[in-house]
Design a protein. Structure first.
Length: 151
């Protein structure tokens, strides 16, 4: 089953790739690796999950924010490669805007990891980090960076 078929099967649709919010490009390829710039929970140019997880948002909302970030990353990867069937996720960096004392960062970033594994199968299994930060661009609750391999 192709990645496009898997997305349809899961009732998921890739949003248009978000435009950079600053002076950078959305992705850079070096050899077989593609480095995707930080992806926020954006849809149609608007942050969908803003605030601090553990204060303004619960873990479940953070999980959904991470899923949307992952969909945006896949959208960027598709725009860069033309075809997600040749893409494998190597590493995921997850940043959670979190309240002091919050410790469920991994549970939040599981939203992205679970989505990538569901969509890409074994090619979606990756190395990862999940850290808490005081704030993120545009007030987003979650930001993801992705390193993928093509081929």
């Amino acid at each position: 089953m192709s990645v496009e078929e898997k997305l349809r099967d899961l009732n998921l649709q890739l949003p248009p790739p978000p435009q950079p919010a600053g002076s950078y490009t959305r992705a850079v390829q070096s050899g077989p690796l593609i480095f995707v710039s930080g992806q926020l929970p954006l849809l149609a140019g608007q942050i969908q999950y803003a605030g601090i997880v553990g204060e303004d948002l619960d873990v479940e909302a953070g999980y959904e924010a991470a899923k949307l970030c992952a969909l945006n990353a896949l959208s960027v990867l598709k725009a860069e490669t033309g075809d997600l069937d040749s893409v494998s996720i190597v590493r995921l960096g997850g940043y959670v805007a979190s309240a002091l004392g919050f410790s469920a960062h991994a549970n939040v970033i599981n939203g992205a990891s679970d989505l990538l594994a569901s969509v890409l199968g074994d090619k979606g299994i990756h190395a990862r980090l999940a850290v808490g930060v005081a704030s993120l661009p545009l007030g987003a609750a979650v930001e993801l960076e992705v390193i993928a391999a093509v081929g």
